[in-house]
Design a protein around this ligand. Structure first.
Ligand code: GTP
Ligand code: MG
Length: 465
């Protein structure tokens, strides 16, 4: 996801980060690279220009130029701006009606039906009573598709075969949901190849009849700029309450995610990351920005773990993280468990710099086994304290598991980066409780408002020769 954008932005930021002094010219150079990266990612040109304009303005501000680490401050500004452009805060689903009606709209094939079922399962997992309604009457197979999804996942579906009047089906569905005390009713609607008047009229009618509190546009991220203009048109006609950006798993560019909020004016609420029904994530602008900038996403990792693994284990892990006692034994446990969630790529994507590692051409499921072998070749003391692992230990570990020293070094480095982030005053615990924004975990970020105690830049280790 977003590999191209992430690589290019990280490249531009690396240069900035290393600068002891920022000048107009080195900022201009970095901004030109950032602009190019955004445009290559298919970010809307006006959005890209506004992004670069505001970031450079802030980078040239007095407080940045005079700060102790201007380069790092500039990186922080880029991060904050990226979060702001993608939506600043999470946008939860409305939950104030009985039933809460969610109208799913979008172009043909964007993923409406799949996402309806994904969303139903998401809500069901949160103890909500959910019903779906088949409001695509134009394709008989559409009703079958929704009914099969409902049947396979234990979600009731309201369907009326033979009734061509979509508005009456929807009205009946709301009445049924009310009667049976459902918390949510998700309406799957028909898609068209392009937005046309009759489609819009039908959706407006559906919105009125059902009094839908959520009108979610399901948009295919792979369409890039086109997805953004579709969002704008739908928003103008229907006042969307949010967007579900689907097929992000196949989107290396990321332009839609960065531009939709600014251009269409409505928040991304969820993202679709695969065909399976569990591949739906809540969209967190801050976490997405930290992933794009290669800062990892440990909070998501913990939450994902919490959903899939038994609560006790995940609580134990959270406590260890809070106390900064998370060691390679836990990491190994997580590796083993995460492999059940979709392989090693899944866990790596969430670790700082892991996006890059996941891209390595030789990375395959066997890689996971190799990481396991590396950790298993370590002594108990080494697993509990990676700082012990010097060159001679690396050699011994490499020999023990039959891999290269550099592989051992890479794994240790990944883990150490993660630990450095967590060390900051139990930062992870505060992040998870919402008391500290993820931005404060950013490598190299010095909180301007703090009294200077919460962050010490990671010291560069001198290589022993
Ligand atoms: N890779 C990937 N595929 C997805 C995702 N969401 C949906 N799909 C796939 O996209 C295709 C179309 O999905 P549908 O849910 O049928 O799309 P729709 O919008 O209901 O289509 P119409 O009803 O024909 O308008 C299916 O093959 C889905 O499996 C996603 O997040 N990632
Ligand atoms: Mg459909």
């Amino acid at each position: 996801m977003f590999e191209n954008l992430a690589n290019k932005l990280q490249g531009a930021l690396k240069k900035l980060r290393g600068q002891a002094i920022l000048s107009e010219s080195n900022i201009a150079g970095a901004m030109a690279e950032i602009r190019e990266a955004l445009l290559d990612a298919d970010v809307n040109v006006e959005v890209a220009d506004e992004f670069v304009r505001t970031v450079s303005g802030e980078c040239l501000g007095e407080s940045v130029l005079r700060s102790v680490s201007p380069g790092q401050q500039a990186v922080k500004i880029v991060y904050d701006k990226l979060v702001e452009f993608m939506g600043a805060a999470d946008a939860p689903l409305a939950d104030n009606a009985f039933p809460n009606v969610i109208l799913m709209v979008g172009l043909h094939g964007s993923g409406k039906t799949t996402t309806s079922a994904k969303l139903a399962l998401y809500l069901k997992a949160r103890n909500k009573k959910v019903m779906m309604a088949a409001c695509d009457v134009y394709r008989p197979a559409a009703i079958d598709q929704l009914e099969i999804l409902g049947r396979d996942n234990g979600i009731p579906v309201h369907a009326e075969r033979g009734n061509p009047d979509v508005a009456s089906i929807a009205g009946n569905a709301v009445a049924a949901a009310k009667e049976k005390h459902f918390d949510y009713l998700i309406l799957d609607t028909a898609g068209r190849l392009q937005i046309d008047t009759s489609m819009v009229q039908e959706l407006i009618r559906l919105k009125q009849v059902t009094n839908a509190g959520e009108v979610l546009l399901v948009a295919d991220a792979a369409l890039g700029q086109q997805a953004v203009s579709v969002a704008k048109h739908f928003n103008d006609a229907l006042s969307l309450t949010g967007v579900v950006l689907t097929k992000l798993d196949g989107d290396a560019r990321g332009g839609a995610a960065v531009s939709i909020r600014k251009v269409a004016g409505c928040p991304i609420k969820f993202v679709g990351l695969g065909e399976k029904l569990e591949n739906l994530d809540v969209f967190h602008p801050d976490r997405m920005a930290s992933r794009i900038l290669g800062m990892g996403d440990i909070v998501s990792l913990v939450e994902k773990a919490a959903e899939k693994f038994d609560q006790e284990e995940s609580e134990r892990l959270k406590q260890k993280l809070k106390k900064n006692e998370f060691d390679l034994n836990d990491f190994l446990g997580q590796l083993r468990q995460m492999s059940r969630l979709g392989g090693i790529e899944t866990i790596l994507k969430f670790l700082p710099g892991g996006g890059k590692l996941a891209e390595l051409p030789d990375l395959d499921p066997k890689q996971f086994k190799r990481m396991e072998a590396i950790i298993c070749s370590m002594t108990k003391a080494e697993r509990e304290n990676v700082d012990l692992i010097d060159l001679s230990r690396k050699k011994r570990i490499a020999k023990g598991c039959g891999c290269g020293i550099e592989e051992v070094g890479r794994l240790v480095k990944q883990f150490s980066t993660m630990k450095t982030m967590m060390k900051r005053n139990g930062l992870l615990g505060r992040m998870m409780s919402g008391a500290a924004p993820l931005s404060t975990a950013m490598p190299g970020y010095r909180n301007p408002g703090s009294r200077g105690s919460n962050f010490t830049p990671p010291k560069k280790k001198r290589k022993k020769h």
